[in-house]
Design a protein around this ligand. Structure first.
Ligand SMILES: NC(=O)c1ccc[n+]([C@@H]2O[C@H](COP(=O)([O-])OP(=O)(O)OC[C@H]3O[C@@H](n4cnc5c(N)ncnc54)[C@H](O)[C@@H]3O)[C@@H](O)[C@H]2O)c1
Length: 388
């Protein structure tokens, strides 16, 4: 495998998450040659601020840079499909942010294109790469919980609580037809599919929009910004603030998840509990170095993340010794290390250890079923095509 220091990357988007991508790549030794922004001026300004040598004028300009072998796509959702298409046509490997696309037609198209291209394709479901989530995945696969029966949880945030809170995610033509589900629910759905090893086959969903009109600032707003604009325009909101979803998994397990972007005080709280026939596991993203393991016939345990006490997967995703808390930004390093192992080899492994476009597409198909179920008020099966 080639050394990571020989591999060049570029990043599209340098907002909240693009910055995290750049820092994780640098930590691994990958050279970030440049960034692309919403305009040549913004790209140049962000390149300066981030200490990156080039702000590209356009995607064509970026793809003309022969040093760039991998492109990270961290632009708003509506740009993922057209940008990833161009990147694949130009023969580059791609790491795309979630959700992979705006619709399952688009994400299916990207799966086909990526397969034909033979390039490494990954979706940034980084939450899988908290070390204890890798460990929980391995525990389930090894049978440590027994048969998975009940999967419950939530993903709550509060940054869209007020009618004055605004972000491009609120505009369906930039964020997608599902908002809370597409933005954060997608992480939970992917994570629990990954940890349990069982796909979601049917859903019953209830979506609610509690703030039907929001006040959009006249100027642009950064993600998670708390600034209040003085000049605003009233905008009707069509997408959901909250979702409550009943789930059936392919092994017969049942589940339920609540998703909300207006839960006061909850900044970024993803929780899950998996109840198996022998033991249970509970994890909370706001205490990411702790995994609760529940038993019936003996004392419950709290496993504090510890490379010496976890299996190979958890150990592999850990960068620091026990007691030195790892967090959100560290998951990018661990996920990218898995992806770049394949990039170093030049082609995707037969069974990639990271989320691929196929996983991103599967999550879009689950979202289709969620939208249809909420619209029709009934249980709805996930429809999967043959190529999956
Ligand atoms: N994995 C995660 O945990 C996670 C967290 C946050 C966001 N995301 C995803 O990352 C993406 C970006 O979200 P964000 O919160 O960083 O948003 P953001 O608004 O903070 O940043 C978006 C960036 O895209 C740039 N941009 C806009 N138009 C562009 C264009 N035409 N070409 C190139 N760049 C353009 C903007 O200048 C900005 O730098 C979204 O798809 C989102 O779902 C993922």
């Amino acid at each position: 495998m080639r050394p990571l220091t020989e591999i060049g990357a570029a990043v599209i988007g340098s907002g909240f998450i693009g910055t995290v991508h750049i820092e994780a790549l640098r930590r691994m030794g990958v050279h970030v040659h440049g960034v692309l922004g919403s305009s040549p001026e913004r790209a140049a300004a962000r390149a300066d601020e981030l200490g990156v040598s080039r702000g590209y004028a356009s995607l064509a300009d970026l793809l003309d840079d022969d040093r760039v072998e991998v492109v990270h796509v961290t632009s708003p959702n509506h740009l993922h499909h057209p940008q990833v298409r161009e990147i694949l046509y130009a023969g580059r490997h791609v790491v795309c942010e979630k959700p992979l696309a705006m619709s399952s037609e688009e994400s299916g198209d990207l799966v086909r294109l990526a397969t034909e291209s033979g390039r490494v394709n990954a979706v940034n479901f980084n939450i899988r790469f908290y070390p204890l989530n890798q460990h929980a995945h391995e525990m389930v696969a090894d049978g440590a919980l027994g048969d998975v029966r009940l999967v419950t949880g939530r993903y709550f945030q509060d940054w869209l609580l007020l009618e004055t809170d605004w972000n491009w995610r609120l505009e369906p033509d930039r964020g997608g037809a599902l908002r809370a589900v597409g933005d954060i629910g997608s992480h939970w759905l992917d994570l629990l599919t990954f940890i349990t090893g069982h796909r979601i086959v049917s859903v019953m969903a209830d979506l609610a929009t509690f703030i039907p009109t929001r006040r959009q600032p006249a100027g642009s707003v950064e993600t998670f910004s708390t600034e209040r604009a003085t000049e605003t325009v009233d905008r009707a909101i069509e997408t959901e603030d909250t979702a409550t979803i009943l789930i059936r998994f392919e092994n017969g397990a049942r589940g339920t998840v609540a998703i909300s972007q207006l839960s006061p005080g909850r900044k970024n709280s993803l929780q899950y509990e998996i109840d198996g026939s022998d033991a249970a596991a509970f994890w909370d993203s706001e205490q990411p170095d702790q995994l609760w393991i529940g038993h019936r016939e003996r004392s419950n345990e709290i496993l504090i993340r510890n490379p010496a006490l976890m299996g190979a997967a958890g150990r592999g995703a850990s960068a620091l010794p026990a007691g030195h808390v790892e967090g959100f930004a560290d998951t990018f390093r661990s996920l990218f290390r898995a992806i770049y192992a394949d990039i170093g080899a030049g082609t995707p492994a037969e069974r990639p250890t990271y989320p691929t476009f196929a996983d991103g597409h599967d999550e879009m198909l689950v979202c289709d079923a969620i939208a249809a179920s909420a619209r029709d008020g009934r249980w709805t099966d996930v429809v999967r095509e043959d190529f999956q």
